[in-house]
Each structure stands twice: as structure tokens, then as C-alpha cells.
Write a protein that binds this ligand. Structure first.
Ligand code: S3P
Length: 184
């Protein structure tokens, strides 16, 4: 089984993904980290030196590489991965997707100034809000949505998703559409 976490920058995909993979005893892959390993540069450097189209190409290649394995895996995608049809098509055919959905205010408070340095597309709150709004429809393409509270720790979110995922993976609900991760 493969689970893909999507959501805007700062929604907790990497932290929740890592905790979720540990809870499930599954592998964990982070597309941004895969891109950085392939390019031997940080994401910011890829944007600055090669440009966004090159980053998107690397991101797509990283996704394909992650799909080559057969082991159960939690994949943290990047905030833009879902907005490209070719990525979405691959993800749809490969597993289950979950949108981590904190409010935009929570995202901003989590990103802080350090996070902005790492994220070339999070220049300021005004631009980021426009990007967030433009992307909501893409995130809605995920199979399930997990609303994340402002005070909720990534481990709590991961535990919530893990309980649900264990039920899904153990069989019963796989035939029909499972109810989705429990709400808070
Ligand atoms: C991006 C999000 C980043 C990273 C790159 C582009 C985006 O990932 O892939 O900076 O387009 O939203 P995170 O969502 O993990 O920050």
C-alpha cells in the first residue's frame, strides 16, 4: 500500500509522514528530499539555478522513482506536486492520497521566517495566500481530507491517520470507499 500526503507548504506533510510511516512500520519517502539528492542541491538552489520547470521535472522523476518500489510506503509530496495532472494520474493509479488541511493562518504561523528561506514559492503571506487559494481545487482531488487543528502536534495527526489506515490495510474497508480518517 502507498499513501501520499498532499497539502500546502507548511501543512506538515514531512513531519506527519515520517511519524505515520514509523507508526505503520512502513518506509517513508519525501519528494523534496529525493529531488535534493538527485540534483545534489537544495530545493531553493534548484529554483534559483535551474528554474521552476527544471524543479518540476525533477519532482516528477522523483515521484516515478518512488513508485518503482513495492514495499508499503508513506510519501510526502511537495506542495505543488498535486497541481500537475501527470503527477496526479500517477498517484491515483498507485495508492491512496490524503490532504492535510490546516487553516491558512496555521500554515503561516508554522512556516515562520526560517521556513520562508527554504521555500522559494512562499515569498510573503499575500502571494502565498493567492497560491493557496489557487491550489485548493487540486488538493481536493485527494481521496481523503484530514482537517488539522492549530494546536495539534504532527504526532497526533499521524496517530489519527494511522488508526484509520490500520483499519483500511487490515482488509475490511478496502472493497468499498472507506469512511476516511476520523475527525478530531
Ligand atoms: C513547493 C513546495 C515545496 C517544494 C518547492 C515547491 C510548492 O515543498 O516542493 O519549494 O510548489 O508549493 P513543501 O510543500 O514540502 O514545502
Amino acid at each position: 500500500m502507498r499513501v501520499f500526503l498532499t497539502g500546502f507548504m507548511g501543512s506538515g506533510k514531512t513531519t506527519v509522514g515520517r511519524a505515520l510511516a514509523a507508526a505503520m512500520g512502513w518506509a517513508f519517502a519525501d519528494l523534496d528530499a529525493e529531488v535534493e539528492a538527485r540534483a545534489a542541491m537544495t530545493v531553493r538552489e534548484v529554483f534559483e539555478r535551474l528554474g521552476e520547470p527544471a524543479f518540476r521535472e525533477l519532482e516528477h522523476e522523483a515521484l516515478r522513482a518512488v513508485l518503482a518500489g513495492d514495499d508499503p510506503v508513506v510519501v510526502a509530496t511537495g506542495g505543488g506536486t498535486f497541481t500537475f495532472d501527470r503527477n496526479l494520474a500517477l498517484i491515483r493509479g498507485a495508492g491512496t492520497s490524503v490532504w492535510l488541511n490546516p487553516s491558512f493562518a496555521t500554515i503561516v504561523s508554522r512556516i515562520g521566517s526560517l521556513g520562508k528561506q527554504d521555500r522559494p514559492l512562499f515569498r510573503n503571506e499575500v502571494e502565498a495566500l493567492a497560491l493557496y487559494r489557487a491550489r485548493l481545487d487540486a488538493y481536493r482531488e485527494a481521496d481523503f481530507r484530514v482537517d488539522v487543528g492549530a494546536e495539534e502536534a504532527p504526532e497526533e495527526v499521524a496517530a489519527r491517520v494511522a488508526v484509520w489506515l490500520t483499519a483500511v490495510a487490515s482488509g475490511g474497508v478496502l472493497g468499498g470507499k472507506p469512511a476516511g480518517p476520523p475527525g478530531r
